[in-house]
Design a protein around this ligand. Structure first.
Ligand code: NAP
Length: 258
């Protein structure tokens, strides 16, 4: 199978790296020249990868086409491209809904929206797709675990929680800086914090634990964890997560209704 990517930014870099690291039977990977730096980095990863200048040539040469540009660029460039109905189109674009994609591409079927995240490069993490599609599910199951969504409105919830990636990394960054300020070497501080949170996430995931119970069991009465969680609750830290999620979903709903 030949696959092509319109837009070679952060998410294409991660997906293409995942494809190269996976057991997927992909014979050719076409990536757009933009971004120049990322497309060059990718080209060195595998002989299967070819950089293509014109977006139309990427579409023409690929069986599956991945749309990985920002919504603004997508709205600007996609309607001037020709998509034929034998192709599978997979859009990563956050705020262009299925109906809008159908209008822009002139296609009635074989358009799927997907939400990969950077850990796909390690063939890890959830990949929500809408609408459900068995071929696309099988593809993404080799790059992580596919979550099929039946209703586009529901997919907005997944887009919203995917926006917590940068805030999560900011937590790791803040905590490792806290250690650095106290004299711990940067390398050791970053390693300690990321391996701590990796282990905690793995524990929560592997045992499929009841998260509420996990919060309770991880605190010794009168202990340090109890103090930390109480302080953060009092400061409104967790309420802010909810408020921020509400604001993000509001923005998504507004963009999808256009
Ligand atoms: N990053 C994520 O974790 C993630 C996750 C899920 C979905 N998404 C979605 O995926 C899309 C891309 O996100 P991203 O984070 O990868 O953004 P990005 O890093 O900004 O990548 C977008 C790429 O599109 C290129 N581009 C601009 N104009 C183009 C054109 N006319 N033809 C071809 N390529 C063009 C840009 O190249 P230049 O640098 O040369 O301008 C840039 O490299 C967005 O819609 C986003 O919502 C992202």
């Amino acid at each position: 199978m030949k696959i092509g990517f319109i837009g070679t930014g952060q998410i294409t870099k991660a997906v293409v790296t995942g494809v190269i690291n996976s057991k997927l039977k992909v014979t050719k990977i076409f990536v757009s020249e933009r971004n120049k730096k990322i497309s060059r980095i990718l080209k060195f990863k595998s002989k299967k990868i070819t950089i293509i200048k014109k977006n139309q040539d990427i579409i023409n040469g690929s069986d599956w086409v991945f749309l990985a540009v920002t919504p603004t660029v997508g709205n600007k460039i996609l309607s001037s491209l020709k998509f034929n109905k034998n192709k599978m189109i997979i859009s990563f674009i956050s705020t262009i809904n299925l109906n809008q994609l159908k209008k822009i591409t002139g296609l009635k079927s074989n358009i799927i929206r997907a939400i990969p995240l950077p850990p796909i490069a390690l063939c890890k993490g959830p990949i929500p797709i809408y609408p459900p599609n068995i071929k696309v599910k099988k593809f993404f199951d080799k790059l992580g675990s596919t979550v099929e969504i039946n209703n586009e409105k529901l997919s907005l919830n997944f887009w919203t929680t995917s926006a917590m990636m940068a805030p999560f990394y900011e937590i790791l960054y803040s905590l490792s800086n806290w250690l650095i300020k106290r004299g711990i070497k940067k390398e050791n501080a970053q390693k300690y914090i990321s391996s701590l949170f990796l282990a905690l996430s793995e524990d929560a995931f592997n045992h499929n634990k009841n998260l509420k119970k996990l919060v309770r069991e991880s605190q010794t009465p009168g202990g340090l964890n109890e103090q930390a969680v109480k302080d953060l609750r009092k400061a409104g830290f967790y309420k802010l997560l909810e408020k921020t999620s509400n604001r993000i979903i509001k923005r998504l709903k507004k963009s999808q209704s256009n």
